[in-house]
Design a protein around this ligand. Structure first.
Ligand code: COA
Length: 254
């Protein structure tokens, strides 16, 4: 089965994560296909809006841990980095439907979406430290901006998950709905956006993001370099091995 479904209908690009047996964790091939689809949609005047969605039970379990363990590079040229660049510079509206767990990049990609509709089963987490890593997707800047430093520290240092109500209060998501309704609502809102003048949408998004665009680009680079370094270190190797062996990691000797 195709791990990523891409649909282009009525001016809306819809990307569906479809790797349910691995909780929609993202492989290199999936990142590459998402980056390509977003870049093409940005350049295609017939596509006006993009939608990202997973399944009613799980949005995305983050990067594939096996790929991390196999030392698959996360250089600035890697598919994951290309996806982050594409999503963080996408000029048209981005809508997401999020149900169930949204882990790591499953949460941080939402900082770059404009409208996020969450199922009441959504659970967001950024457990980078627990994996011996550091934030990505400019979340080290965007999380404190959005959540305030105290809550960002709980989310990023402790890696504590937060639920849809908290995400709504912070402004990370736009609305909470039953999980069975999230995808349909995202599509309805996307079609409303697609019927509006594209130039006005692009200009309005550009103006709203103007203050942060330079900082986000710079932070993506800096986080990327740290992340790539930490990925090779013993703490991360232990965390990934422990996850795949279904045991708790032991950082006591690291
Ligand atoms: N990479 C690779 N495989 C993953 C994965 C990931 N990020 N997340 C889940 N899987 C796999 C599991 O290894 C398991 O595979 P198996 O059936 O071959 O044993 C399968 O998906 C089901 O996962 P499981 O943990 O049993 O499901 P769950 O419903 O109990 O928990 C999650 C779901 C998402 C909460 C949990 O899988 C999880 O925490 N995943 C890791 C998230 C993570 O740390 N991501 C990296 C962030 S940077």
């Amino acid at each position: 089965m195709n791990e990523l479904l891409i649909d282009r209908t009525d001016g809306v690009l819809t990307i569906t994560l479809n790797r349910l047996e691995k909780k929609n964790s993202l492989t290199r091939a999936m990142y590459a296909a998402m980056a390509d689809a977003l870049a093409q949609a940005d350049a295609d005047a017939t596509l006006r809006v993009a939608v990202l969605q997973g399944h009613e039970t799980v949005f995305c379990a983050g990067n594939d841990i096996g790929d991390f363990l196999n030392r698959i590079a996360t250089s600035q040229e890697s598919p994951a980095f290309q996806f982050l660049r594409a999503i963080s510079t996408f000029s048209k509206p981005l809508v997401a439907a999020v149900c169930g767990p949204a882990v790591g990049i499953g949460t941080t990609m939402l900082f770059h979406c404009d409208l996020v509709y969450a199922g009441d089963n959504a659970a967001f987490s950024m457990p980078f430290v627990n994996l011996g890593l550091c934030p990505e997707a400019a979340s080290s800047y965007l999380a404190p901006q959005l959540m305030g430093y105290g809550r960002a520290a709980e989310a990023l240092l402790l890696g504590e998950p937060f639920l849809a109500e908290t995400a709504l209060e912070m402004g990370l998501i736009s609305r909470i709905v039953p999980p069975t309704e999230a995808a349909a609502l995202a599509q309805r809102q996307a079609r409303k956006l697609a019927a509006k003048p594209l130039g006005s949408l692009i200009e309005t998004k550009r103006l709203m993001k103007k203050a942060q665009v330079g900082i986000v680009a710079e932070r993506l680079q800096e986080e990327g370099a740290s992340f790539a370094r930490l990925l090779q270190e013993p703490a991360a190797r232990e965390a990934f091995t422990a996850f795949l062996e279904k045991r708790k990691p032991d950082f006591s000797k690291i």
